[in-house]
Design a protein around this ligand. Structure first.
Ligand SMILES: [Zn+2]
Length: 192
């Protein structure tokens, strides 16, 4: 079978509907796997900061799309992007935030090498924070906190709106950089 390049509009519609139904307003992260027609294949529950899918499940189901929610308005994390690049059958990885959905699609030439992506994302993150630092005196404190949290393997819990905005900006900037360098289509849509 020829590997399709993109999900059909009908499949995307079904996925979008299921996301709104199953991912909004949760107090924890939930992961959904979809097939090419937009049928829900699998659901996994996580905690407030992350959710994991067993590798064996991915290999068996070979989903065409992933979707999961973030409790705050954050685009794909580094882990979300790297996970996608390991799965050649995956056409789209999606994140549902508080008010928007973020859709990152597979480049036409396939997902880039995960190791190369990890390096790239680390640099992109540093660059995003540096830009933030230029305009925001609180940024170096935020960066320290981010690094500490990263060491614990989870996301920080933003405690005020300003931090939330700083985080959201950096996540978004990093995904946009990935999208432009690796030619992976990236779309942000408001949730209904
Ligand atoms: Zn995530």
């Amino acid at each position: 079978m020829v590997h399709p390049q993109a999900l059909t509009p009908l499949a995307l519609q079904r996925i979008a509907r299921t996301e709104v139904e199953l991912l909004r307003g949760l107090d924890h992260e939930r992961w959904l796997l979809f097939d090419l027609d937009g049928n829900l294949l699998y659901t996994a529950e996580g905690d407030r900061y992350q959710v994991a899918i067993p590798g064996a499940v991915l290999r068996r189901l070979r989903p065409a799309a992933f979707s999961h929610n973030h409790l705050w308005e954050l685009a794909h994390s580094e882990g979300d992007i790297v996970t996608a690049t390991h799965e050649d059958f995956l056409l789209e990885t999606r994140v549902v935030g508080a008010a928007h959905r973020y859709r990152l699609a597979r480049p036409k030439t396939g997902w880039p090498d995960p190791l190369e992506v990890e390096d790239f994302l680390r640099d992109a993150w540093i660059e995003e924070w540096a830009m933030l630092e230029d305009g925001d005196p609180a940024a170096s404190r935020l960066l320290r906190r981010r690094l500490l949290e990263q060491a614990r393997g989870c996301y920080a819990d933003p405690t005020d709106q300003r931090e939330e905005i700083a985080w959201a900006t950096c996540y978004l900037g990093r995904v946009e950089q990935f999208s432009s360098v690796f030619e992976a289509p990236f779309v942000v849509e408001p949730l209904p």
